[in-house]
Design a protein around this ligand. Structure first.
Ligand SMILES: [Zn+2]
Length: 732
């Protein structure tokens, strides 16, 4: 039986969106592509581009953009550098001192390390700071607020601790950093410090740099604290491109700038402050890995925080490189990665950028040898991602109308390292990117990247068969404007999990020396990313019809609706139970003088919400998706060009109809009704955010309003599937 089978010629490999002959040609093209990838380029470019600090507005930042543009030009692309002028503050004055009970002045500096050659390149280094903190000069008692999230303030309130008029100190982790000053200000704090506890990324995790790759005592994390969940990009031009003469808000009117001054510090600078705190011992979940007893305060530690910034419009240089397509040249496949770093940025962003450059070089070689992709390919290299997606957002806002007409997909990468393939994005592309990850070899284990990811999933208790489920996207990189503002199907790709880049994230030690020691020593995973990005880009550009499929989307959304109903049920039960306990005076029985519990007010009961509109929409989606699959399977041979154009338009539109022009409640810039960064998590995603956040934040009538809104969007999506099925059915 086995012998008989192997005697037959193998069945042709199917690729989503391709005819059999098209798939065979594409797979052959990928062999040529793989053979032309050169590790030497990756190593050379990473070393060169990380030699100097290259943040937005730095001399080296401009040099990097020009270097990248010149390379793309030499590879045959039509290249332009598009310049925008966002507001970008840099520090003029940073002062943090404890005034009582002891005197202490924070160093706020990362020292030169002999083992790290670029750490001594001091010229143009941005010091440790949080971009878009307001200027401020405040003095107050200190309170330790754990991660600084809403639940942490509930725990403080239960102990009778209020942060009004105080300065809070929060540890990094558990949320995007910008949430911490936002929640602190909502609770009346006048200043915010964020420190790196070794529990999160230091000696608790692994040996500290330079012995190991993790954060050292004086390593600190720069980063933006712009209120990105409100709107990313230039704070002065929400919704429009920050061109030279764009109308601008005044800084005072820009709602995304923080309300209170905020400064990041190392644990070396944080320890004297934490040691000087009195008040109750912090609850278990608040304690980090420092050798001290964590107290909450307030005081007696009193600190003085003074910050002044140079607020100026700063040119951001986006590199845009086009390779025009053929018969479907009006359809654009966009691939992007940023080029700015906080300092040397070897891992973030260069470990993602240099593989994309090598990918583009190899694609350019194929084009020089005669390949003309059906669709146009646009490589985009963004400036100002770190301050908050400035280059990508301003470009997407400037070109919104043409992007909504022409863009079929956006594929993003950012930092990359040793380990497992990481796939996230629009679930309509789930099957597509699984096929690509199944064709990329894991360089250390000699199985496909997809198989290795599935193996770790199994170890972690998710038994995944078939396609790996894509993670939903919140924010944290340049995909946000494309997906959540414009409704362009998006993928985020990369490798990681076995590197130590988190230990030097946004510090001066994110360097070439760190990268080749701890992140991807032989550039093997850089090659793997070039292979994955190349497959994604080329297949999207060359497929006969867009490789969009609906099973993954339907499964994902069904899961989200299920989560929402369970969330409401659980909140209802929990609220009833805790209100009962409060009525039974349980708090009085556990209170003691060392742990000052104060009985909180009972919570409003959780009403029964009607999820029926969402559940009916899911049923409709399932029917539509099944009908599409049947017609698709029955299809013989490629469709005529006009049908393919019509079909692509509809498939492209499936993601667009998930938007509402009005956006989400209180944040109109975010229009996508299925994926959004959480208002109180930041990078962390909230799926079906209009409904989910209303429930989580106990706005019951808003939840009732948002359920039919989300359902209508899903029904419109089902309508697009039906339209696509019709085109397939009409084809002979
Ligand atoms: Zn990055």
């Amino acid at each position: 039986m086995v012998a008989a089978l192997s005697a037959q010629s193998p069945a042709p490999r199917a690729l989503a969106g391709f005819s059999d002959s098209g798939a065979a040609a594409q797979l052959a093209r990928e062999k040529t592509f793989d053979a032309s990838l050169q590790r030497g380029n990756l190593q050379q470019w990473l070393k060169r581009l990380s030699a100097k600090p290259h943040h937005l507005g730095s001399p080296a930042g401009k040099e990097v953009a020009e270097f990248v543009a010149a390379r793309f030009q030499s590879w045959g692309y039509q290249v332009e550098i598009e310049t925008f002028y966002p507001l970008f503050p840099t520090p003029k004055l940073r002062k943090l001192e404890m005034t009582s009970p002891d005197k202490f002045v924070a160093k706020l500096e990362e020292p030169v390390l002999e083992e790290d050659s670029t750490s001594g390149v001091r010229q143009d280094q941005l010091p440790v700071y949080n971009a878009y903190s307001v200027d401020g000069n405040v003095t107050g008692q200190l309170v330790y607020v754990n991660y600084g999230l809403p639940g942490d303030y509930d725990a403080l309130a239960e102990r009778g601790i209020d942060v009004k008029g105080k300065i809070v100190i929060a540890r990094y982790g558990n949320s995007w950093r910008g949430i911490k000053p936002k929640v602190a200000a909502e609770h009346g704090a006048i200043g915010c410090l964020i420190y790196s506890d070794p529990h999160e990324d230091g000696y608790f995790v692994g040996d500290a740099y330079p012995k190991g790759g993790f954060r050292s005592a004086s390593g600190a994390q720069r980063g933006s604290v712009l209120d990105m969940p409100l709107y990313p990009g230039d704070p002065l031009t929400p919704g429009i491109g920050a061109t030279k003469d764009a109308p601008r808000l005044t800084k005072e009117k820009a709602e995304s700038i923080t309300k209170i001054p905020v400064l990041p510090i190392s644990y070396e600078d944080a320890m004297p402050l934490l040691k000087a705190l009195g008040g109750p011992v912090a609850p278990r979940g608040f304690r980090g890995a420092l050798p001290l007893t964590y107290h909450l305060g307030p005081g007696p530690a009193t600190v003085h925080l003074q910050l002044e910034f140079d607020w100026k419009l700063t040119p951001a240089y986006d590199v845009i490189a086009r390779l025009p397509g053929g018969e479907l040249g009006d359809e654009w496949v966009i691939r992007g990665n940023h080029h700015d770093g906080w300092v040397f940025g070897a891992s973030d962003p260069l470990s993602g950028l240099v593989p994309m450059m090598e990918e583009a070089r190899a694609v350019g070689e194929l084009a020089k040898a005669g390949w003309k992709p059906k669709r146009s390919i646009i490589y985009t290299v963004w400036d100002g991602e770190e301050p908050m997606l400035l280059g990508s957002t301003e470009w997407a806002e400037t070109h919104a109308a043409e992007l909504r007409k022409h863009a079929v997909a956006y594929v993003n990468s950012d930092d990359n390292g040793r380990g497992f393939v990481e796939l996230a994005g629009s679930h309509t592309l789930e099957h597509f990117i699984n096929e690509a990850a199944g064709d990329v070899n894991d360089p250390e284990k000699n199985v496909s990247a997809q198989a290795r990811r599935r193996a770790i999933g199994t170890v972690m208790g998710r038994k995944e068969k078939g396609d790996l489920a894509l993670g939903a996207l919140g924010s944290g990189s340049d995909f946000t404007p494309f997906l959540q503002h414009l409704g362009i199907a998006t993928l985020s790709i990369g490798f990681g999990g076995e590197d130590a880049s988190g230990g030097v994230y946004h510090s001066i030690y994110d360097s070439y020396d760190h990268f080749v020691k701890f992140d991807d020593p032989d550039f093997q995973y850089a090659v793997a990313l070039a292979q994955l990005g190349g497959r994604a880009t080329m297949r999207l550009a060359e497929a006969d019809t867009l490789p969009v499929r609906f099973d993954g989307f339907v499964r994902a959304v069904k899961g989200y609706v299920d989560e929402l109903t369970k969330l409401a049920d659980k909140m209802r039960a929990d609220t009833a139970e805790s209100n009962q306990l409060l009525a039974d005076h349980v708090r009085e029985l556990v209170s003691d003088p060392h742990d000052r519990y104060v009985a909180p007010a009972p919570k409003d009961p959780v009403p029964f919400l009607s999820f029926a509109p969402l559940q009916n929409a899911i049923a409709e989606l399932e029917r539509s998706s099944t009908a599409f699959n049947e017609k698709e399977k029955a299809l013989r041979g490629p469709l005529p060009l006009e049908s393919r154009k019509a079909l692509d338009q509809i498939l492209m539109n499936t993601e667009r109809v998930l938007l509402r022009e009005e956006g989400l409640p209180r944040r109109p810039w975010f229009r996508h009704q299925i994926y959004a960064p959480g208002f109180y998590t930041g990078y962390g995603v909230k799926t079906i955010p209009g409904v989910r956040e209303a429930i989580e934040e106990r706005r019951w009538s808003e939840a009732e309003q948002q359920i039919p809104i989300a359902a209508a969007v899903l029904k419109a999506f089902a309508g697009q599937i039906d339209a696509a099925t019709k085109v397939l059915g009409a084809a002979k």
